[in-house]
Design a binder for this molecule. Structure first.
Ligand code: GLV
Length: 324
C-alpha cells in the first residue's frame, strides 16, 4: 500500500502514531509555524495523504501540486481553509473532525458570554495594574446574563450545546437557521428570522460555518438591528463578522460589547478592536483543551488512514469525490 504522508505541523497524539502504523513514510513539519501556500505546494507534492490544520491555505494551487493525493484530512470541524470544490474536481477526499469539539467550543462561548457581560477580562486587567480602588456602588457595572434572551445564529451541534448550558441560566432561546432543529425546539428555543433574532436577543451567539453566504453575515446593517444593551459572541469564524463595522458599533455604543474567539484575518485583528474595553478577546481557543485536541488528532488520523487503505473515511465532507 502506498503511504507517503505529510503532516503540516506538530500535533498531539494519537493521530501521528495511527498514521505511522500504516504509512511507509511520514514527514511532519517540526515547527509550530503555519506554512505558506508556496511552502505547502512543495511539501504536498508526491504525497498520498496530508493531515492539515484550519490555518493551512489548501487552495487550488496547493491541490494542483498534490496531484495523485488521496486525502486532505483537516484536523478541525470547519474546513473553509480547503477549496473543497477544487479537491472534488481532482478526486481528492476532504475530511473534518466533527462532534468531538462541540462541548469545548460551547464552553468557550459561555466563557465569553459571562466574561464580557460581567467584565471579567477587564476586571482582571484592573487588578493586575493595581487600579482597583476598592468596592464601589458604581464600579464596573456590567450586564445581566440570567433570564436574558440568547439568540443562536446557526442551529447546529455547537449551538445546541450552548443552549443546553443556557437552561441553567433560565434564558429564553431564539435560533436562526435554514432548517428547524428538533433538539433546540425540545429545549424551548423558537426559530425566528435573523432580523427578529438580532432585535430581540440580549446575546447573539454565532455558530455558522464560514461560506460565501455567511461571510459578513453580521455587517453594519445587522449590528444596527441589535439592542444597545446586547452583546455579540463569535466562536465560529472571524469573517462571519465585518470586524471594521463591529469596531464602529462597539466604539459608538451601538451594541454593549462583544466576546470574540475568532478574527477576520487571524492572527491579526481589526484596528481599534484592542482599544475597545467592552470586549473579551480570546486567541481562537474554542477546541483548545488537552482531551479535545487529542480527540481531534485521533479522528483526523483515522480519516487519513481509512483513505490510505482505500476505505471510505468516516468524516468525508465531499462524498462526490468518493469513487468507492
Ligand atoms: C476550530 O475552529 C475548528 O473548526 O475545529
Amino acid at each position: 500500500m502506498p503511504g507517503r504522508v505529510y503532516i503540516t505541523q506538530p500535533i498531539p497524539e494519537p493521530g501521528p502514531s495511527l498514521v505511522k502504523e500504516v504509512a511507509e513514510l511520514v514527514e511532519q513539519n517540526p515547527d509550530d509555524r503555519i506554512l505558506s501556500a508556496e511552502e505547502l505546494r512543495t511539501k504536498v507534492a508526491g504525497r498520498d495523504a496530508v493531515l492539515c490544520l484550519l490555518t493551512d491555505p489548501i487552495n487550488e494551487s496547493v491541490l494542483e501540486a498534490a496531484e495523485g493525493c488521496k486525502v486532505f484530512a483537516n484536523m478541525a470541524v470547519g474546513y473553509n481553509n480547503v477549496d473543497v470544490a477544487a479537491a472534488t474536481k481532482r478526486g481528492i477526499l476532504v475530511t473534518n473532525t466533527p462532534g468531538v469539539l462541540t462541548e469545548a467550543t460551547a464552553d468557550i462561548a459561555w466563557t465569553l458570554i459571562l466574561g464580557v457581560a460581567r467584565r471579567a477580562a477587564e476586571g482582571d486587567v484592573e487588578m493586575r495594574a493595581g487600579r482597583f480602588p476598592g468596592w464601589g456602588p458604581m464600579y464596573m457595572l456590567g450586564g445581566d446574563v440570567s433570564g436574558r434572551t440568547l439568540g443562536l445564529v446557526g442551529p447546529g451541534r455547537i449551538a445546541t450545546a450552548v443552549a443546553e448550558r443556557a437552561k441553567g441560566f433560565r434564558m429564553p432561546l431564539l435560533y436562526h437557521g435554514r432548517r428547524p432543529n428538533p433538539e433546540l425546539d425540545a429545549l424551548g428555543a423558537r426559530q425566528v428570522p435573523l432580523d427578529e433574532l438580532l432585535a430581540e436577543s440580549d446575546f447573539v451567539s454565532l455558530h455558522v460555518p464560514l461560506t460565501p453566504e455567511t461571510k459578513h453575515l453580521i455587517d453594519a446593517r445587522a449590528l444596527s438591528k441589535m439592542k444597545p444593551t446586547a452583546y455579540l459572541i463569535n466562536t465560529a469564524r472571524g469573517p462571519v463578522v465585518d470586524e471594521k463595522a463591529l469596531v464602529k458599533a462597539l466604539k459608538s455604543g451601538q451594541i454593549a460589547g462583544a466576546g470574540l474567539d475568532v478574527y477576520e484575518d487571524e492572527p491579526k485583528m481589526a484596528e481599534g478592536l484592542a482599544d475597545c474595553s467592552n470586549t473579551m478577546l480570546l486567541p481562537h481557543l474554542g477546541s483548545a483543551t488537552v482531551a479535545t485536541r487529542a480527540a481531534m488528532s485521533r479522528i483526523a488520523g483515522e480519516n487519513l488512514v481509512a483513505a490510505l487503505q482505500g476505505k471510505r473515511p468516516p468524516n468525508l465532507v465531499n462524498p462526490e469525490a468518493w469513487k468507492g
